[in-house]
Every structure is written in structure tokens, then in C-alpha cells.
Design a protein around this ligand. Sequence first.
Ligand SMILES: Cc1ncc(COP(=O)(O)O)c(C=O)c1O
Length: 372
Amino acid sequence: MVVGIHRKTIAYIDTQAIISNIQQEIQWMDKGTALYAVVKADGYGHGAVEVAKAAREAGATGFCVAILDEALELRKAGFTEPILILGLVDVAYTELMASNKLSVAVSSIKWLDQAQAILKKSNRTEKLAVHVALDTGMGRIGFKTADEVQAVEKWFEANESLYFEGIFTHFAKADSRDESHFNQQMEKFNVLISNLHQKPPFVHTANSATALWHKGCSSNLIRFGIAMYGLNPSGSLLPEPYPLKPVMRISSEISHIKQMQEGETIGYGATYRAHEGEWIGTIPIGYGDGWRRDLQGHDVLVEGHRCEIVGRVCMDQCMIRLPYEVAEKTEVVLVGQSQNETISMQEIADYLHTIHYEVTCGLTTRIPRKYI
Ligand SMILES: Cc1ncc(COP(=O)(O)O)c(C=O)c1O
């Protein structure tokens, strides 16, 4: 998809806010803990490479991604820091990962056997670093039993071409008021790793929510994602231990304005019928940009006023009801502050009955990201 560089619909990314969020976490986390910035899904829609640069400046010592191509994008951009691929990767790419000095999550002995065979055959000297995933109650990937953990440790003792760099789990409810599921997972993790004779260098459990609300959670590495982007992992459920700074602001402009006559309609399906004299503005953003169709009825900000999106959101444009006539090219704020009014990413997520993660990840590359 092309990047819409010749348009005024822009997502501004405040790199100082990224730096501030990470630096606050570094102050908050236990000493001796490493922080890896999670930049998967193109940095949650913020732009992986630019986010990674800011994160490194703030003190992140490595990165987490979900798929091999995201790791290769960082290597291609010149990052030499450790990169951990959190998702499972087809064993066929073992050599590619080893030659790029990547670390990868692993969830089966069969995978380890196959990777070992591939590396032996290739006569490569680099070892592939592996983080063993434990499923303690997320139900996604990972070994589940003490027997399996013991078998994995024996496997590494007997085989040399893979390096046992880490062991980790992922919590399903670290952002919840009810801590029972979290505590069950924590206990299971602690029992499983107690079966190891020697722990690998990284033992990790913490995503943002765990880092913010569950200090001392058997983690010497924090996989810091959503909070780095200035968004509260719990939505608005749990208070932030330090104030997170929102990173993304989305704005556009009035591309067209007109005054309506009584009963004239707006948009596909003619779902909005105007009243006499109403001012309707058009803004160049639509569901082709990830500005979802369900946002009909939600507000945007013009000169500090909340203005409703009227009629259906089209693929590339949508229409808003203005309180008075404004000039073409007047700024429209879709996420962020305009005078004394603010629309947060959380407000958009609530309106869409989803989470802010999905909103930022869903913004397409057609909206240019500008770094400030
Ligand atoms: C295994 C793992 N660790 C860490 C993260 C980062 O989570 P968050 O963005 O909530 O900090 C994710 C995100 O989905 C993940 O899947």
C-alpha cells in the first residue's frame, strides 16, 4: 500500500513521549532487569524502525517482534541489539535466524531436533539462541509440564548448536483487578522453572501490565509494549503507577464544507438527514485508512469543539457536523487534543468495543507517520 505523503491526514508520533515512557519504566522496574521494546506489528502501528530508535535512545537493550520478517526489518535498518521473535517460526528458516543473530521462541522438542539437524548440515558456527516458551495458562504456545521442562534442559545439555538463552511465559490477565488467574500462572511458572538445574540468562514473564502492576514477578527481562506507546494496558481499569504519555496524535483537515437544506442526506445509505442550515464538513480519512466504519456517530475535534461523524464512514472520506462555518483546510483532530478538548485512543477503542491495541495496529500505511 502506498504511503499518503501528499495528504493532510497524518499520524504524528511523539518520540519524546516514547523515551519518557521507557525512562519512567526503567526507574520503576527492579534493578538488574533488562527492558526490550516490543515493536511487532510495525510498532503497534507507530512504525517499528523509528520506535526502535527512540526506544534504544531511552535505554531499551533489545527488541521483541512477532515474526521473522519484522526481525529482519530491524537488522536491515542497522540494529545490532538482541532481537527476540516471540512467535513460532518455521524451522526451515533456522539458518536465516542464526546468521542474523536472532533469538526465537520454541515450543517443541521436535523443532529443536530439526533446527539442530539443519545447523549441523550447514556447518555453521553461529549458535541459534532459543527462548523456551512455557504455557502456564495463556493456552497459546509453550511447554506445559515439569517433565517437558526437564526434557528440554536435558536436550540442551546433549546438543550444542542451539543456545538456551531464555525461558518465559505470558500472562493472560495481568491487567485485571481479579488476580487469581495471574497468581495461578505465576505459581505454575515458578514450579516449572524450579525443575531446572541451571537457569538460562533470561527468565521472563513481564509484558507492560505485569511490569506496571506486578513487580517482583520472576522476570529479569521486561517485554515492554503498549505502555511504551503511552497507552494503559488495562484500558481505564487500573491506575498507572506513573503517568504514561500518549504517543500518537491523528489529525486531518476540512477538505470541503457546505451548508445543508432541511432533509438533505449524507453518505452511503443516506443514513443521516440534515436540518436546515447545518454546516457539514468532509475530511479525507476512511476505513481504507483503518478509520473504521463503526466510527459513524463518534466525534472529532474542530477548534476545540466536538463534532459528530454523520452518515456512514466511506473508504477514503467521512463527513462531520460543524457548529458553524469554518474555512477549508481547518485542522480536524481525530485523536489528541484541540484547545481544551481531548479524544484519547481509549475513547476510540471504547466506542468500537475493542482495545486500543487493535485501533493503532489497524491504521494502514496510507496514513503517513510523522515523527516529532
Ligand atoms: C509474548 C508477549 N510478550 C509481550 C507482549 C507485549 O505486551 P504489551 O503490549 O501488553 O506490553 C506481547 C504482546 O502481545 C506478547 O505477545
